[in-house]
Design a protein around this ligand. Structure first.
Ligand SMILES: Nc1ncnc2c1ncn2[C@@H]1O[C@H](COP(=O)(O)OP(=O)(O)OP(=O)(O)O)[C@@H](O)[C@H]1O
Ligand SMILES: [Mg+2]
Length: 247
């Protein structure tokens, strides 16, 4: 069953050129999807469009068959599509607990909130011990966990993660991806943008390769990782950036 669908999306920043060029993508409910592609391909832009942070020039976005493009970011969040941005956007001077509570700001029922807090902390025992520390004092991995945990406080149905492994040590990256796998087991649909192509596709069910604002190709993750077009794309870009590589 398709949960999220992008239909012929065109989008760009300000008066600038189109960054997404009529791209159509469908995401199946309950799967882990991984978006990869060279720098500047438009991966983050695609997530921003879904989250309502960037207005479309044409096309539409549907969640459960309902048009969400044109809605405000908070409305889209309330419908269950949550974005964990690349810079994580924590409140560094607030405690971990306060950060988590900010994630539940649309929920009024206090018992609900404390129940969710317990659930979220069960997924990340590491941060349970640090609830009263400043978020800014945590390690990069712990901050990523808090960012994901905060997103979970609204009980999203679709969670989008922009480069969750960025700047983290390999062991910590594995920990984050294991947690993401748990989210899938809870029935949450996952969309990950990942520079770490091998790692991202190893945990994903389905892979999408973006290039210059278009969908280059897609397929089951194990097939995408073996696809010669993938190497061509990355090596081709590398050769353009470093002319000496071409020789
Ligand atoms: N806020 C912005 N204002 C203007 N242009 C932007 C903005 N953000 C991104 N762009 C441009 O849009 C294009 C796509 O950027 P985007 O961040 O979506 O790429 P990406 O695939 O996520 O790349 P990366 O792998 O480097 O994160 C780039 O050319 C970038 O310069
Ligand atoms: Mg990006």
């Amino acid at each position: 069953m398709v949960i999220l669908e992008l239909e012929k999306i065109t989008a760009g920043y300000g008066m600038g050129p189109d960054i997404l060029n009529g791209i159509s993508v469908r995401f199946e409910a309950g799967l882990i999807h991984c978006l990869i592609g060279p720098n500047g391909a438009g991966k983050s832009t695609l997530l921003r469009v879904i989250a309502g942070l960037l207005r479309l020039r044409s096309g539409r976005v549907l969640l459960d068959g309902k048009v969400i493009s044109g809605m405000r970011p908070d409305q889209i969040l309330a419908l269950g599509a949550c974005l964990i941005p690349q810079d994580r956007c924590l409140f560094p001077d607030m405690t971990v607990r306060e950060n988590l509570l900010m994630g539940a700001y649309i929920e009024r029922d206090r018992r609900q909130i404390s129940r969710r807090m317990e659930e979220v902390l069960a997924l990340f025992p590491e941060i349970q011990r640090k609830l009263d520390q400043r978020a800014g004092a945590l390690s990069g991995g712990e901050q990523q966990m808090v960012a994901i945990a905060r997103g979970l406080m609204i009980q999203p149905r679709v969670m989008m993660l922009d480069e969750p492994s960025l700047g983290l040590a390999p062991l910590v990256v594995d920990r984050i991806f294991e947690a993401i796998r748990h989210l899938k087991e809870r029935g949450i649909t996952i969309i990950i943008v990942e520079q770490n192509v091998r790692k991202g596709l190893a945990y994903a069910d389905w892979g999408y390769v973006l290039d210059m604002g278009r969908l280059s190709f897609e397929g089951p993750a194990p097939e995408v990782i073996r696809d010669p077009r993938l190497q061509e794309l990355y090596l081709g870009r590398l050769a353009l950036a470093n002319p000496e590589v071409r020789a």
